[in-house]
Design a protein around this ligand. Sequence first.
Ligand code: PLP
Length: 401
Amino acid sequence: DSVFANIVRAPEDPILGVTVAYNKDPSPNKLNLGVGAYRTEEGKPLVLNVVRRAEQMLVNDKSRVKEYLPIVGLADFNKLSAKLIFGADSPAIQENRVTTVQCLSGTGSLRVGAEFLARHYHEHTIYIPLPTWGNHPKVFTLAGLSVKTYRYYNPATRGLDFEGVLDDLNAAPSGAIVLLHACAHNPTGVDPTLEQWEQIRQLMRSKGLLPFFDSAYQGFASGSLDADAQSVRIFVADGGECVVAQSYAKNMGLYGERVGALSIVCRSADVASRVESQLKLVIRPMYSNPPIHGASIVATILKDSNMSHEWTVELKAMADRIISMRQQLFDALQAKDTPGDWSHIVKQIGMFTFTGLNAEQVAFMTREYHIYMTSDGRISMAGLSSGTVPHLADAIHAAVT
Ligand code: PLP
């Protein structure tokens, strides 16, 4: 008999499981709105032209070898990533107060950041928004942090529970870590306004709470890299410390290349360099050093002003297509007189709409319309096209009437 005979089958990942179910469905009208990846108007995955161009350059450069990167990754990539999120003229960068290490996309950056905090930071409680990306509690718990939630989303308004945010952060113990979605909150699509961010900042600084930003959608929300980084930048501008996990999965379409960065902004250059020395001790036994290809693509693009510009144009086109899908779905429901207020579809930000549909309605739409999404009613707007909006509107209409 197998030595593994009594292993019980684990449940499918709630998000990735949606795609597994979708793949099994033989219907020609099936629609996958579960996956958090961009699709073209034709429903196809997209590799950006600028990424193809960078890859071509890398292939043609015969001086490139496959040697190991340092533990902290590609130096150019790290510098350019810090500039991208903190701004080109960020004093924190100029004063060498930022340490940036290349990690395995957003998830790996969160994990390395969390393991570092669990080892070296005095407070082990991290507050995450309710709800949040389903992987957050698992990443932080397994890294050795203790996870608590703060109120974030108000189902009644389908907007931000701002009082709830302030009350819960105010009640958090001083020094606690707070996970903040830098923009395009997943799954709700609800972000604080800049004024609200400023109030959150003041409260957090006055209580000594440590901000841990998850930036998985920079540029993908509004189409502007700078606008989507404002939340992070107001926290860095006050001179205080913070942790930031960046992903290039969505904004550069590099999903499977697993390219991201963890930055820790410190009070002084001396602290930053000691922090970096300890980050290496976290990374080395975990995966030794990060992969070279994706980081080289990013560095090639960000180093070159023409290529950077081309990227921002392609990025804006993706953001605009998503925004246009919001409008088209909203218009389709209006045209059908679907009961209820659907204005949140156009108000919410980023890749996802938190529809307000419940698990039963989602199950109905999957059964009767072959539409796949997570059971919390989150749909990926990036998976929609002008051609499939009517089918989704029919399904939503039928589910709520
Ligand atoms: N954080 C949030 C909020 C996300 O939505 C995602 C991806 O869905 C990630 C982090 C991590 O993505 P990746 O590890 O692919 O960069």
